[in-house]
Design a protein around this ligand. Structure first.
Ligand code: SAM
Length: 268
């Protein structure tokens, strides 16, 4: 058997399949999720069930969304796990997570995410923030660093601003490549995301906030006078109380919101 075959399944690279294979790390992840019976738990990409099994042992019931048909079938027919799962076979990036809300219970979402689609998947999940209690995701360590980065650092970018707009974010565990089969080429880390209350998310248009970030960070070496020139004149930037010589990485989340809301009020 090659290291690409794990528990009788050949790992599919196109689905970002790197299966967790370290009991100590799995235990730490499950402890962070802290699953309990009666909770509305959702796993993205359960794969061969490395996290699913211990979570189901504690919670008795959970929902999973898995793209790989073979793996979804395996879970449905799994003798012990199958009866505890509601399996949705399909793409989590197109999945309507709000459809899982049937009562007052918010979702507790977790997963060892496919790294090739992690950023668009995170943006999709942010849209459901109001239905979510917390999320725990394994990601590339670099992605976690970017999500929690503060202004004035290299890692600070659109992903930092948008993550911190929606959520309080904190790294939980670092995970080296040898904890997976097959081993990925990069280090990994688990992040905890706690959605902010709606009243803390004060952008009048999230789409516009995202556009301002895109423009500013697309040319992150340039001053905002240049990088924001499609959106604001130099006078307008100064009118907002901002120094024209600042760069995107110097702007806080609140400043990005202030810029986006001014454009919304004055130019939309
Ligand atoms: N949870 C397992 C573990 O920790 O061993 C597997 C993790 S593996 C990194 C990612 C899993 O996500 C795979 O099972 C893969 O088939 C699934 N997957 C990939 N793209 C997906 C998508 N767009 N929607 C749902 N599942 C996806």
């Amino acid at each position: 058997m090659t290291d690409k075959v794990h528990l009788g399944h050949r790992a599919r690279k196109r689905f970002g399949q790197n299966f967790l294979n370290d009991a100590g790390i799995i235990d730490k992840i499950v402890t962070a999720i802290d699953p309990k019976p009666g909770e509305n738990l959702v796993e993205i990409g359960p794969g061969l069930g490395a996290i699913t099994e211990p979570v189901a042992d504690l919670s008795e019931q959970l929902t999973v969304v898995e793209l790989d048909k073979d793996l979804a079938e395996r879970l449905i027919h799994h003798p012990f796990l199958g009866p505890k799962l509601t399996v949705h076979q399909g793409d989590a990036m197109k999945f309507d997570f709000a459809s899982l809300i049937t009562d007052e219970r918010k979702l507790k979402i977790f997963g060892n995410l496919p790294y090739n689609v992690s950023t668009p998947l995170l943006f999709h999940l942010f849209e459901f923030c109001d239905h979510v209690e917390h999320m725990h995701f394994m990601l590339q360590k670099e992605v976690v660093k970017r999500m929690v980065a503060s202004p004035n650092s290299k890692a600070y970018g659109r992903l930092s601003v948008m993550t911190q707009y929606y959520c309080h974010a904190m790294p939980v565990i670092e995970v080296p490549p040898e904890c997976f089969k097959p081993a990925p080429k990069v280090d990994s880390a688990v992040i905890r995301l706690m959605p902010k209350a709606p009243e803390q998310r004060t952008a009048k248009s999230v789409k516009l906030l995202n556009t301002v970030c895109l423009e500013a960070f697309n040319q992150r070496r340039k001053t905002i006078r240049n990088s924001l020139s499609n959106l604001l004149t130099a006078e307008e930037i100064e009118g907002l109380g901002l120094d024209l010589k600042l760069r995107a990485e110097n702007l806080s989340l609140d400043t990005f919101i202030k810029i986006a809301n001014w454009i919304y009020d004055n130019k939309q």
